[in-house]
Design a protein around this ligand. Sequence first.
Ligand code: ATP
Ligand code: MG
Length: 129
Amino acid sequence: MCKPDAVERGLVGEIVSRIERKGLVIKEMDMRIPSVALAEAHYEEHADKPFYRELVDFLTRGPVVAMVIEGPDGNTFSLMRMLIGKTNVDDAQPGSIRGDFATITNENLVHGSDAHESAVREIALWFPA
Ligand code: ATP
Ligand code: MG
C-alpha cells in the first residue's frame, strides 16, 4: 500500500514502477481514503501499542493506494518487504523505497504484509469478495 504520505509527495508512480520493474504483478489497485474502522482493523496487531492512535490517524488522513501484488512463488510478501526496506528509517538501506525516500519512521511511505497469512488477511479486508 502506498500510504498517504506517498500520495501527498507524488511518489505513487515511483513506487508502482519499482514493483513492476522487479517483475511482480499488480492484480488489484484501488485509491481511497480508508475509514477509521478499516485502518484500525488493518493495524489491529498494534492495538495495544502507544503509537496505535497516531498510526490510525496517519493512515486515514488522505488517500492511499491499496494493491494486491502477485509473484511466481509463495514469498511475494518477502520480496515486497525487501523493496520497501526496514521499518526504522535509520535502518532502511539506500536502494529500498524507505531508504531512498523516507526520513521519518512514522511516515515511511509504504505498507507491506509481513507474512503470507498477513497478506491473506489484509487482502480480504481491503478487497472483500
Ligand atoms: P507497515 O506495517 O506499515 O508495513 P512495518 O511492518 O515495517 O510497517 P510495523 O512494526 O508493522 O512495521 O509498524 C507499523 C507502523 O507503525 C510502521 O510503519 C511505523 O510507521 C509505525 N511504528 C512502528 N514502530 C513504531 C514506534 N516504535 N513508534 C512509532 N511508530 C512506530
Ligand atoms: Mg507491519
